[in-house]
Design a protein around this ligand. Structure first.
Ligand SMILES: Nc1nc2c(c(=O)[nH]1)N[C@@H](CNc1ccc(C(=O)N[C@@H](CCC(=O)N[C@@H](CCC(=O)N[C@@H](CCC(=O)O)C(=O)O)C(=O)O)C(=O)O)cc1)CN2
Ligand SMILES: [Zn+2]
Length: 744
């Protein structure tokens, strides 16, 4: 037996990669320094893993932006619009766009808060191993080898890669990326041969798609791909890694029949993986890389549970190695950087470094037969919260027409009302004030004053621009989830627990460890201050229960819906306080609603039911004249379209610019008849949208939504943008709304 992990954080223990990359983008450091920092970070990971005693060590887990984008570049799946560029310039243009070329799309990596760059494939794509012997996985394998570390290069598996890709715009009807499987597998065949030539003993092919529902076509593709790769005469041994759920039984059967030497299985996400292996008649000729340590949550592993999984597996499979359930990309690097955490919570935690140590210890324990003590786990119980939830009555609001009449009487908004999604640019000045406050360089009063000054500016700007519904701009929030978590009981925040979300953007997911309650109002003083500065309505801004869970590390000792109800109750209280303070519109953001959708159809309805119930619990306590908004972004909404209607918010804003408002008609079909704000421009790019393009978007939307229900807003919050482009874009947006109002 031995140990391994499926991947490791790449951003650096102190976000070194983020900082150097952003300096490179700003033109303040050159490529040489960028490359040298990257190399230092890779080496640090390899030597750390080697010194920790881990059995086998992954490589090619580094990326300058995203591992799916790396794969696209590696197989030369580069759309023509980037062909004039080369090297890193091309790579970052694909990720982020340039002044002239739009970026590739970005979307959620399965049900995580990591985002990948969506491959765009056309029927005539000529896939090939772009850099031949210098291909990234080969180069990184050799780089580790010169340090004396033998590694297992990690690749996105060909099936998963194609299932995550989309057909290039203008592709012939019926073309799907999976049609390119044959060509892609030949590129992987060449790569595997080159890796073998470089001396690699093992390669890891990640196929998380195998934990979802698979059709006959996908199963057939799986078989074709791995028969071909398994049958290569010169290749490393193959570890085919499945994760983010239980491997589909049909897929396991196929993989078992190929020459693949090892299969990675996730024993953490769901309880039924052992049953699937047993029903398949075991895997007597394979090594199972058993994911017994949770790769994406921060709780210490229960050794008794790992032991029993191991014992059962021993009787079912050829060999067992202990591993993480998925890459450690999704957890922070080091618990030792968090001295301020409550010791009782801390005792229950393991970050990436600690998980490696856990694996080594588990392995030693299983060899020596000396059982380890289980972590003491005692989540805080709040009897009052439980009693209140128990006693809670109706969570249904009055019917939509009654509400909308009352709200219109009170708010008197024009047709095509203009607004924004909440945040305004998080400037260096704002972040510095927060850092100064935290370090004690400025006191509470000075910090409050600094934030009020920001709010004052944002309100004035919106009045000057002529927006109809204003926001306070969220300057006081380090992050829309962390900010609330820092104020709720039952939640802990970290100081350095950074996890990559996309590119150089990171988050510190808070840790939800016990029953949740709200000791004090969380947003009222900021919202009320903003409202005191203007006669226009100011929209209060909260993060919804599902998103509060999705972007946190959540306790695993009670069902998720229970935890969601506790968060929802705290939000319900907050909304009541906002209403009492004179805030007539409250937006409850649920950008992660789609993200938590389980991969298997069979599990989806139950999830959607509790997600809707939690949202309604949070939002149903208000007067009919109080307008509830919600906001969603970063998702393919297809599967949750009827759920958006079920939330029954008075107004829903959704990301729509990149899909050209397609969603608007879909929502109407699904019976959505409330207010709708399809984003009229993409906020992910510094490009300033023209009045004409936003007008065109609005006219398109008007075909499906009447003007008195159509809202005009950007796709999402503006926190990652600068002021110059924000002001220009919003001015154009208001002009577009006015033009459409005038010429309808
Ligand atoms: N949790 C979460 N998930 C999400 C989103 C989101 O907003 N939140 N949005 C979607 C896209 N994901 C995103 C993730 C991160 C960021 C983002 O802007 N992150 C910032 C950090 C935000 C933050 O926590 N800021 C803190 C800390 C800032 C900081 O780095 N401070 C310096 C010191 C201050 C300075 O001198 O600048 C330090 O700690 O070293 C603050 O403002 O207080 C970044 O990576 O740069 C944006 C979108 C989906 N998932
Ligand atoms: Zn958003």
């Amino acid at each position: 037996m031995t140990t391994t992990i499926l991947g490791y954080p790449r951003i650096g223990a102190h976000r070194e990669l983020k900082f150097v990359t952003e300096e490179y983008w700003a033109g303040r450091v050159g490529e040489e320094e960028l490359q040298s920092t990257a190399s230092t970070l890779r080496r640090a990971v390899w030597t750390e893993l080697r010194d920790s005693g881990l059995g086998t060590i992954p490589s090619n887990t580094f990326s300058f932006y995203d591992h799916v984008l790396d794969t696209s570049v590696m197989v030369d799946a580069v759309p023509d619009r980037y062909r004039a560029l080369s090297g890193l310039e091309r790579y970052f243009a694909m990720a982020r766009g340039t002044a002239d070329i739009p970026a590739l799309e970005m979307t959620k990596w399965f049900d995580t808060n990591y985002h990948y760059i969506v491959p765009e494939l056309s029927l005539d794509a000529r896939l090939r191993l772009a850099d031949g012997a210098q291909a990234k996985p080969v180069a990184e394998y050799l780089e580790a080898k010169t340090l004396g570390v033998e590694t297992r290069p990690v690749l996105v598996g060909p099936l998963t890669y194609l299932l995550l890709a989309k057909a290039a715009p203008g592709s012939p009807e019926g073309f799907v990326p999976l049609d390119l499987l044959g060509a892609l597998v030949e590129v992987y065949a060449e790569l595997l041969e080159r890796l073998a030539g470089a001396g690699a003993q093992w390669v890891q092919l990640d196929e998380p798609a195998l934990a979802g529902d698979l059709g006959a076509r996908e199963v057939e593709a799986l078989e074709r791909a791995y028969r071909r790769l398994g049958g290569l005469s010169s290749r490393p041994k193959i570890l085919l890694a499945t994760y983010f759920g239980t491997v589909a039984a049909e897929a396991l059967k196929v993989v078992a029949s190929t020459a693949v030497e090892a299969i990675g299985l996730d024993f953490v996400t769901r309880p039924d993986t052992l049953e699937v292996v047993a029903s398949a008649g075991g895997l007597p000729h394979k090594t199972v890389v058993a994911g017994v340590v949770d790769g994406r949550n921060v709780w210490r592993t229960d050794p008794a549970r790992a032991r029993s999984t191991y014992a059962v597996l021993l009787g079912l499979v050829g060999q067992v190695q202990l591993s993480t359930s998925c890459s450690l990309l999704h957890v922070p690097v080091d618990l030792d950087s968090e001295p301020a955490l409550d010791p009782a919570v801390r005792a229950r935690l393991a970050f990436a470094r600690q998980k490696v140590t856990e694996l080594v210890a588990l392995d030693a324990e299983l060899r020596s037969d000396a059982p380890q003590a289980a972590p003491a786990s005692a989540a805080g119980v709040d009897a009052e919260v439980r009693a209140r939830l128990e006693a809670l009555g109706d969570i249904q609001r009055a019917d939509r027409r009654t509400r909308s009449a009352a709200q219109q009487a009170k708010l008197g908004l024009p047709d095509l009302a203009t607004t924004t999604i909440g945040s305004f640019p998080q400037t260096a000045r704002i972040r510095r004030a927060r850092a100064d406050h935290k370090a004690g360089r400025i006191d509470d009063a000075a910090y409050t004053e600094a934030m009020r000054a920001e709010i004052g500016q944002v309100i004035r700007l919106q009045e000057d621009l002529g927006l109809d519904v204003l926001v306070h701009g969220e300057p006081e929030r380090n992050d829309m989830v962390q900010y609330f978590a820092e104020q709720l009981s039952g939640y802990a925040a970290t100081d350095h627990g950074w996890v990559q979300s996309y590119g150089t953007r990171c988050v510190r997911p808070p840790i939800l460890h016990g029953d949740v309650s709200r000791p004090e109002p969380m947003t009222v003083k900021w919202a009320a201050y903003a409202q005191s500065l203007t006669a226009k309505p100011v929209k209060g801004m909260l993060t919804g229960p599902v998103t509060m869970l999705a972007w946190s590390f959540v306790r695993d000792d009670q069902p998720l819906p229970e935890t969601a109800r506790q968060v929802a109750l705290a939000l319900r209280d907050e909304i009541a306080d906002l209403e009492a303070a004179g805030i007539g519109i409250v937006q409850v953001d649920e950008p992660a609603l789609r993200e938590l959708l389980p991969p298997r159809r069979a599990d989806q309805d139950a999830y959607l039911a509790w997600a809707v119930a939690a949202f309604r619990l949070a939002t149903s306590g208000v007067a009919i004249s109080t307008q509830i908004h919600t906001h969603m972004c970063y998702s393919e909404f297809g599967e949750i379209i009827t759920t958006i209607a079920d939330l029954d918010a008075d107004v829903t804003s959704v990301e729509a610019a990149r899909s050209h408002m397609e969603l608007v008609a879909d929502l109407r079909e699904a019976g959505y008849a409330n207010g709708l704000g399809p984003g009229v421009y993409d906020i992910h790019s510094p490009r300033v949208p023209t009045v004409e393009e936003m007008e065109a978007n609005l006219r398109r939307a008007l075909k499906a939504v009447p003007a008195d229900r159509l809202w005009v807003n950007p796709d999402c919050g503006l926190k990652t943008r600068g002021y110059a482009e924000t002001e220009a874009a919003l001015a154009n947006m208001v002009a577009a709304a006015r033009n459409v109002r005038a010429t309808r």
